[in-house]
Design a protein around this ligand. Structure first.
Ligand code: 13P
Ligand code: ZN
Length: 269
């Protein structure tokens, strides 16, 4: 079957990276059934032939008006599609969409009529903001990491930067590779515009945010980098839990040791 990826090595590599990450999400146990979604801005790979491709099906509303994404193209995981299937067949479990000139609707252009993720309002609001700010970030990843979600069931960890400081203090790499920490989003209905709004504002200060009792949402230059930020945070959560299971509260690195990391690695916080 013909695919938009044929003879387009740049686009094929980007979609290949998304598929690789989808496989990791499944292997981690973070992607039960259709859990999680990935959206990547692929506009840089669009050539004249793709720009002239007709829509597959009707225009659909995004649920928000987003002026900076006018005419942009995104790879989106399909709603109700499994990460473990996307890992093997990315163009059957996701699709490439084009944002229309009204900045409020999109059409699917390739390869098949796979409707994009139900979390599209959150993903596209964030991409709109990233483009508006001139950010180099092109990818947003939402997933259901078990231990981080478990922490979100405890009020103490929902206070500003309590989870961030605890997770940073479990192993030096977490602060180095997730230097802006973990933002907190109080519970909102999945797929809602309210969830999109609070995600957008919390990402002003963080690259990864925890959706209370639901999952995490991360942004970075590509899907692999976004995955890595979530992975280091969840690793810290696992170390914390391992210590608790051994029957003690972990000491954590001291504030001095964490400050020393910030200076040595020129970290923002
Ligand atoms: P989708 O299957 O629509 O991507 O939804 C999965 C999910 O995790 C919703 O929060
Ligand atoms: Zn979810």
């Amino acid at each position: 079957m013909k695919s938009i990826l044929d003879n387009r090595p740049g686009l094929a590599k980007e979609v290949g990276r998304i598929a690789e990450v989808a496989g990791y999400l499944w292997q981690k146990g973070w992607a039960e059934r259709n859990g999680g979604n990935i959206v990547v801005n692929v506009t840089e790979y669009i050539d004249d032939e793709i720009a002239a491709m007709p829509a597959i099906g009707e225009a659909k509303p995004i649920g928000a008006t987003l002026p900076h994404i006018k005419g942009c193209y995104f790879y989106c995981k399909g709603t109700n599609k499994r990460m473990r299937d996307l890992a093997r067949w990315p163009m059957e479990n996701g699709s490439i969409i084009r944002i229309l000139d009204d900045c409020a609707s999109y059409v699917i252009i390739a390869d098949e009529p796979v409707a994009p993720t139900s979390e599209l309002p959150s993903h596209l609001s964030v991409h709109n903001d990233l483009i508006g700010k001139g950010s180099p970030y092109k990818a947003s990843v939402h997933t259901h990491p078990i231990e981080l979600i478990a922490m979100s069931h405890c009020n103490k960890f929902l206070e500003k930067d309590v989870a961030t400081n605890l997770l940073w203090s479990m192993i030096p790499e977490t602060k180095a590779f997730c230097p802006r920490g973990l933002g907190i989003i109080p519970y909102e209905l999945p797929s809602s515009v309210a969830l999109a709004g609070s995600t957008l504002s919390e990402l002003e200060d963080y690259d990864v945010v925890l959706w209370e009792k639901h999952g995490v949402f991360a942004v970075d230059t590509d899907a692999m980098q976004a995955f890595d930020q979530i992975d280091v945070l969840n690793k810290s959560a696992l170390i914390y839990i391992a210590a608790k299971n051994m029957g003690f509260e972990p000491d954590g690195m001291s504030q001095e040791q964490m400050k020393e990391m910030s200076v040595a690695f020129n970290l923002p916080k």
